[in-house]
Design a protein. Structure first.
Ligand SMILES: Nc1ncnc2c1ncn2[C@@H]1O[C@H](COP(=O)(O)OP(=O)(O)OP(=O)(O)O)[C@@H](O)[C@H]1O
Length: 248
């Protein structure tokens, strides 16, 4: 089966420094794939290459078998590649329902829909409410986003990315800053997304990675260092060593 997302011999240099070193990676359709690695391993650089924020020096990126390496970010989103960000980028005064209706309107190609009477957008409002409910935000739908607990804000970010109906969703530390007791909830809701959404997760918290992922790629010094199932990666002595090296 064609991979949902692939890189072939991807290279990114900053001056003389190689931040992405010949990375060939394949993410299968429907995967819950985690990308891990110690600080500075090149995880964020790789995500920026995938989304088109950075241009590679060489190599290819394929989405569903089609090359997207030279497309601008918005064209990649249009093809089905969405991301959430490490930093909270929500409109604070908007309610989750407002933001969600805008996101759905954006997907449908009419950005100005917020000014149309709500009654004419019944289908949009219904879809927005259903999506918010799936992310356990039904009770928070009408509250200004800034007033929501941080864990709910992170869930809203993910829900908004899902509104674009992505084929591949890139999550960059979606549980960062979320209180310990809510972190597993965030990731388990993502894990339960329909199988037609492939998820690539960058995460530092190993407990979360091991309970979320069905496949793990480990980056170290810009290169793919190891790849395998949770069972394989969690007991790989060399993977342990690079993390212990970081702790030391
Ligand atoms: N714009 C840039 N110019 C020069 N060097 C950069 C640039 N962006 C990243 N780097 C370097 O590339 C390396 C990889 O950085 P990157 O942020 O991708 O790592 P990371 O795995 O995401 O790290 P962390 O887990 O700490 O966020 C680092 O050594 C970093 O200093």
């Amino acid at each position: 089966m064609t991979a949902a997302l692939e890189t072939r011999n991807l290279v990114k240099r900053f001056g003389g420094f190689t931040a992405t070193n010949d990375v060939t990676l394949s993410v299968r359709q429907g995967a819950r794939h985690a990308l891990i690695g110690p600080n500075g391993a090149g995880k964020t650089t790789l995500i920026n290459l995938l989304t088109g924020v950075l241009a590679p020096n060489s190599g290819q990126i394929l989405l569903g078998g089609e090359e997207i390496s030279r497309l601008p970010t918005h064209a990649r989103v249009g093809r089905g590649l969405s991301r959430t960000f490490q930093i909270n980028q929500l409109f604070g005064d908007f309610t989750p329902l407002d933001s969600m209706m805008l996101a759905i309107g954006e997907r449908q190609g009419h950005g100005g829909m917020a000014w149309r009477p709500l009654s004419r957008d019944r289908a949009v409002a219904d879809e927005a409410a259903a999506l918010l409910k799936r992310f356990r935000l039904a009770d928070a739908m009408g509250v200004a986003t800034t007033l929501l607990p941080y864990g709910k804000q992170r869930l809203l970010e993910i829900a908004l990315a899902i509104a674009a109906k992505p084929k591949v969703l890139l999550l960059d530390e979606p549980a960062a800053g979320v209180p310990e007791e809510e972190r597993h909830e965030v990731l388990s809701l993502v894990r339960e997304l329909p199988a037609d959404v492939t998820v690539v997760l960058i995460e530092h918290d190993m407990d979360l990675v091991f309970s979320f992922a069905d496949r793990i790629s480990v980056l170290a010094q810009g290169a793919l260092f190891a790849e395998g199932t949770v069972a394989e990666i969690s007991k790989d002595p060399q993977v342990k060593a690079i993390y212990l090296g970081e702790d030391a």
